[in-house]
Every structure is written in structure tokens, then in C-alpha cells.
Design a protein around this ligand. Structure first.
Ligand code: WTA
Length: 655
């Protein structure tokens, strides 16, 4: 489709009501859920959790709120792995496929894993974990690729009541070590190597380095995936096939309180130390399951595919806990979306007759770039809904997704949420809500979102401001691991303890639809992943040549934003292209490939205020190619000229 017609669609302000044919068979066809939640919030959530979750002891209590802290379903007892697995098997649905596992190598056989098989594997793995000394409340780290054993390991932890901390398989040893140590993980589950773009990533070797930084880690359970030779440390490391396969096929699920920690998951923040959001069992499971059903209209016979990585919250909620608890059938794809060709996802959708597909705007833009001929060569007629998450979607990409992938028959749900929220907060109900490309539309039932000014007062329709959430929901994180002061300070100080400050800018239009405007703090969004500028800067100054560093984000057509870094060298080091390239790779190694900046620019000074603070606002203006704002508060206004010139050269070369 030509750009012109997209412009026309948008200038018309065209809206997209639920497509005919979808609305009639949608699970939710009216607004009664919103009405119920408004009338009786506690009753609404008790009703939802009783319908959706398998409790050993059903809760009588819903919300208990001592702002900013809250609990949900406090008197209930359950076990997440029991609710996700045993319950379905006991109801006679054991033969239903839980995961269609698609290995990255197209020639490797696929695996279909039923609920009964998944339960058995989880029980054996729980047996192995217990044998390795893991008990209720012990934290277990998981550093794996997208293999079925990853959800198995998570559910095995849940079965014991041991909180898991999954670290994305693309992170470096330093990032992994810091996350393991920060949460006191005792055991690490990993694998020899992981497949990515046809190459083998040495996860076990990286895990060995990380363990040096994390003395809390006493043992490792290692899955054999590629069969590579890896070093196994006697007494500490155990092969999965030795430790797991000989265990009993049953393992009693440990009943835990609703507020027991199910997992911790890291998010970036404005300081170098990553924050570990703590999620509970009862509230989180209820919220992930309810939002999965409502927003994606999950019904019997559907084949659901969330194409995220389990290492992010999207995978936790919509590959593991939401879909399994809802008894859904999912696709689990191991590898890269462009491997071996940009048609890979369309082949998988065609082969498995996928009905709902959920991905990120960055990937949609990559698919647009790769060319419409790839999806057009495949039968995508099984699809009946499309979703996006991770960053604002540009209307152009939205319309392409709707037309080229959805054939104009599938609602597109743009879902706004965060690691901290546990599940989707603002999104259409696909059988009810009229969509607008670029808007996540409305808060879900029970959610009260607002856009406010500096004083916390709601802004007028159409005006930008800060996105806040006014009351708790079951999926909200309860604290930051071992740092409740930071929980309160980061999220509940700015607008008071009853108001959750999301850190995103937004505006609401005349129809009450929310338009997200991106992060307002020093966090950038690269391919839908939050990276903090401080983390990049800290990594850079660890390099012997770097005296000082400042990171900002430049807009990027593909990834949304891309880091752009400025450094001052220590004396004795000379600027060179080679050094700049070395620093770029350095960040890739220190933090992970996703953080590798577009460029590291060596400058002779950084723009600082008289009090010595780096003026990031100016760096951002430079990176975004804007007119520079007020520079009069700078110590030396001349430095911005040099920086601007160098940045313009780099950005122009990469355009
Ligand atoms: C951004 C991912 C606009 C936002 C689930 C948020 C979005 C951060 C959207 C959370 C969306 C996520 N529209 N922006 N639909 N979804 N974001 O913790 O800035 O990895 O604060 O959770 O991503 O990222 P996180």
C-alpha cells in the first residue's frame, strides 16, 4: 500500500470498529465487565478469580489497601502450577496441546507437548530441584533460550513455591551476575548453548562467568540443547538429563498463600542498579489470565502465538502463565524471526493455523522493510486477531499490519502495560472497542487511568501529561526485591501513595482514548526493551579509555529508539574511529547486544550545567535533530556546537 493512502486514512481520522464476523462470536460482546467493575470492584475481581483460577482455598477477601501497598485475595491458597496444569488434566483435557514447539533449525523435528506431558515434566523437574536443595521461598535463576524446558523450569519452581528470576538469554555475564546476586538466587537453570540466527550462543560459559560475580549461586542445572562441549564443575553443576529424567512422574504442588512471591523480574530504571519487580501468585495469575482472555478473545480450538521472549514480562504473562492457566494451545518458537528468511513467522502461522498473533512494533517495522511479498506468499486466513506491545505503534505500521497480515478482517489490539503492572492495562476489547491506529484506546475493566499535569490534576482532552493509575489491580507488583523504599520513591512519591506513576507520557482524546507518548525519564525504548541511560553510561566508564559518558536515544526507523553515546577520553588516549568502534562493542559485551549504540561519539567536553549536571535534554534534542532549547545555563555553550556537528555527521551517515 502506498504512503499516500495511509496518510489519507489517518487524515480522515478513520476508526476501526470490530470487524463484522468477529463481534458476533467474540467472548465479550458488550460493556458489562466495565459496568460490573465500576459498581463493585471487589466483587468483580472475586468473581473473575473464582472463574479463572484453580484455588485450593477460595478467597473471600479481594483488595486490602494501605497505600501505596496492597494485597489481593489474602485468605486464599493455591499453587500456580496446579492451576495451570493439574486442573486441566483432571478435567479430562490432558491430551490438549499446551505448546507446539518450533525449533529454530527448520530441519529439526517440531514437538507437540500436551498438558499431561507438560505436567509430568514439571513434576520431574520439581523433583530434581528439590533434590538440589531448593525449597519454598528459595530464589532460582533461569537463563535459557526459548525451549520448552524454560516454561517447565518456571512451573517447577512454582510447584515448590520457589520464586524464579528469569534473565533474558541475550544478557551478558555481568548483567546476569548482577541480577542473580541482587536477588540472592541459590540455583541457576541454564543450557549448554542456545540457537540464535543459526549460531550457537554459549549460555553455560556465560553462566559460569556470571556465577563468579554471584556467590549466592550454589548449583547449576544444565540442559543439553546443542550438544556442545561445556565445562561442568564437579559438585556444583548437574546435567538436566541426569537429574530430571530419573525423578518420579508426580510431585505434589505446594499450597501457598495468594501473596506468596511467584517470581521477580527485572526492569530498567533511572539508576544503574536494575530493579526486580516482585509478583505474587494469586493476584498475578488472576490478572494475567483475565487479560489474556479478554484482550485476545481466547476460545476453545484457538492456536495462540505470543512471539515475545519468555525472558521478558510479555513472555511470562502471555506465553506461560496466562495461556496455560486458560488451558490454551500456544506456539513456542525458539529462534529469530528472520531465520532463515523473513517469511519464517508466516510459515509458522500457516502450518499451525495460528488464530491470534501478538508481537512488537519493532518487528512489524522489520517485516514492512523485508517486503509484503513474504506474508502475501502465505495463507494467513486462520488469523482472527492481531496484537502489539512494547512501544507506541506508528499508525503507518498499524495499518500495514491490519491490511497485509490481518487481511482487513482481524481486530488489531494495541496493548499498553509494563513489567510492573503484570498484565495489560490499556487496550481494546476486540469485540467491543472501536480501534484507532496509534492509540491503545481505553483502560481495561477495573482499571482507572488518567493523564495529569505536574500537580497531579487531570489535563484537558488532547493535552499531553503523565500517565497515572489511580487504584490497585490484582496484577500490580507488590514491591521491588529487597528495596521497598525504592518502590515507594520511584512509583508512589510523585503524585502521592494512592497514585501509581507509570513514567510514560500520554494524552487522552475527546473519545477517552489514550495515546502513549513514550518514556519521560532517562529510559529509552529499544525494540520494545527498556534500557536506562545510566546503565550504558556506567558500562562505558568501566572502559579504561573513558573518563565520562553520556547516553541518549536517537529515533530509529526500525527499533523505535537506538542508543547514542558521547564520551570524554582519559588523558593519554587519542580519539579514533577504531576506539569509537571498540567502545560500541564494549557496551554490547557489557550489557548485551540490544544495548549496542548506533554510535559512540568521542567529544572534547559534555554539555554541563554550572552545577556540573549533564544536560540530557540537549543531548536528546541533538539526537532527535531538534532545534536546541535554551543553552544559557550551560557552563560552556560552545561545546554543544561541536557535539551537534559530530552527531549530525554520524546520524546523516546512518540514515
Ligand atoms: C512501553 C512491556 C506504547 C512503555 C510489556 C512502557 C508501550 C514500557 C506499549 C514497559 C504500547 C509498552 N504503547 N508504549 N502499547 N507497551 N510500552 O516493562 O513505555 O518491558 O512503560 O513491559 O514499554 O516496558 P516493559
Amino acid at each position: 500500500m502506498s504512503d499516500e493512502s495511509i496518510d489519507v486514512l489517518l487524515s480522515e481520522g478513520r476508526t476501526f470498529p470490530p470487524p463484522p464476523g468477529f463481534r458476533e462470536r467474540a467472548l465479550i460482546g458488550d460493556t458489562s465487565l466495565y459496568d460490573h467493575a465500576e459498581r463493585d470492584l471487589d466483587g468483580f475481581w472475586l468473581d473473575q478469580t473464582r472463574r479463572l483460577v484453580g484455588w485450593f482455598q477460595e478467597p473471600e477477601t479481594a483488595l486490602e489497601w494501605e497505600p501505596p501497598h496492597c494485597t489481593w485475595f489474602r485468605d486464599g491458597r493455591l499453587n500456580a502450577s496446579h492451576s495451570c496444569l493439574d486442573r486441566h488434566v483432571e478435567a479430562g483435557r490432558g491430551d490438549r496441546i499446551a505448546y507446539h514447539f518450533v525449533p529454530e533449525d527448520p530441519d529439526e523435528p517440531h514437538r507437540a507437548i500436551s498438558y499431561a506431558e507438560l505436567l509430568e515434566q514439571v513434576c520431574r523437574t520439581a523433583g530434581a530441584l528439590r533434590e538440589l536443595g531448593v525449597g519454598k521461598g528459595d530464589v532460582v535463576g533461569i537463563y535459557m533460550g526459548m525451549v520448552p524446558e524454560l516454561p517447565v523450569a518456571m512451573l517447577a519452581c512454582a510447584r515448590i513455591g520457589a520464586p524464579h528470576v528469569v534473565v533474558f538469554g541475550g544478557f551478558s555475564s555481568a548483567s546476569l551476575g548482577e541480577r542473580l546476586e541482587g536477588t540472592g538466587a541459590r540455583l541457576l537453570v541454564t543450557q549448554d548453548e542456545a540457537w540464535r540466527k543459526g549460531a550457537a550462543i554459549p549460555l553455560k560459559a556465560i553462566a559460569d562467568e556470571a556465577a563468579e560475580l554471584a556467590p549466592s549461586v550454589q548449583g547449576m542445572l544444565v540442559l543439553r540443547r546443542t550438544g556442545a562441549d561445556v565445562t561442568m564443575r564437579e559438585g556444583r553443576d548437574h546435567w538436566w538429563h541426569d537429574a530430571v529424567e530419573r525423578q518420579a512422574a508426580t510431585f505434589e504442588a505446594e499450597p501457598v498463600e495468594a501473596e506468596h512471591t511467584l517470581f521477580c523480574l527485572h526492569t530498567s530504571g533511572t539508576t544503574a542498579k536494575p530493579k526486580a519487580a516482585v509478583h505474587t501468585t494469586g493476584g498475578y495469575l488472576t490478572y494475567a489470565s483475565a487479560t489474556h482472555r479478554w484482550v485476545f478473545d481466547i476460545q476453545d480450538g484457538d492456536v495462540w502465538w505470543c512471539a515475545a521472549d519468555v525472558g521478558w514480562v510479555t513472555g511470562h504473562s502471555y506465553i506461560v502463565y496466562g495461556p496455560l492457566n486458560n488451558g490454551a494451545t500456544s506456539v513456542l518458537y525458539e529462534g529469530d524471526p528472520m531465520h532463515p528468511s523473513p517469511a519464517r513467522h508466516w510459515q509458522i502461522i500457516e502450518r499451525y493455523q495460528v488464530t491470534q498473533y501478538y508481537t512488537a512494533p519493532t518487528l512489524i517495522r522489520a517485516f514492512i522493510k523485508a517486503g509484503s511479498e513474504h506474508p502475501e506468499a502465505h495463507d494467513l486466513s486462520s488469523l482472527r486477531l492481531l496484537g502489539t506491545v512494547g512501544e507506541p505503534i506508528n499508525p503507518e505500521a498499524w495499518v500495514w499490519y491490519w491490511k497485509t497480515i490481518g487481511g482487513g478482517r482481524c481486530p488489531v489490539v494495541d496493548t499498553w502495560w509494563q513489567t510492573e503492572t503484570g498484565g495489560i492495562m490499556i487496550a481494546p476489547l476486540p469485540g467491543v472497542t472501536t480501534a484507532k491506529p496509534g492509540s491503545a484506546t481505553r483502560p481495561l475493566p477495573g482499571i482507572r487511568a488518567e493523564v495529569v499535569d505536574d500537580q497531579g490534576n487531570p489535563v484537558a482532552a488532547g493535552r499531553g501529561g503523565y500517565l497515572v493509575l489511580r487504584r490497585p489491580w490484582p496484577g500490580i507488583f507488590r514491591t521491588l526485591y529487597d528495596d521497598d523504599a525504592r518502590y515507594v520513591g520511584n512509583y508512589f512519591e510523585r503524585f502521592g501513595p494512592e497514585t501509581y506513576f507509570a513514567g510514560d507520557g500520554a494524552r487522552v482524546d475527546e473519545d477517552g482514548c489514550f495515546w502513549l507518548l513514550g518514556r519521560i525519564d532517562d529510559v529509552m525504548n529499544v525494540s520494545g526493551h527498556r534500557l536506562s541511560t545510566i546503565e550504558l553510561e556506567s558500562a562505558l566508564v568501566e572502559h579504561p579509555a573513558v573518563a565520562e559518558a553520556a547516553a541518549t536515544a536517537a529515533p530509529d526507523a526500525l527499533t523505535g529508539q537506538t542508543p547514542l553515546c558521547f564520551v570524554l577520553l582519559r588523558s593519554g588516549y587519542e580519539p579514533s574511529d577504531q576506539l569509537a568502534a571498540e567502545l560500541r562493542d564494549w557496551i554490547g559485551e557489557k550489557i548485551g547486544k540490544i544495548a549496542r549504540p548506533k554510535a559512540v561519539i568521542i567529544v572534547s567536553d559534555l554539555p554541563k550545567t554550572r552545577s556540573g549536571k549533564i544536560m540530557r535534554r540537549l543531548l536528546r534534542d541533538i539526537a532527535e535533530g531538534h532545534e536546541l532549547g535554551d543553552t544559557t545555563t550551560l557552563r560552556d555553550p560552545a561545546v554543544v556546537e561541536e557535539i551537534k556537528q559530530k552527531a549530525d555527521e554520524v546520524l546523516a551517515a546512518s540514515r
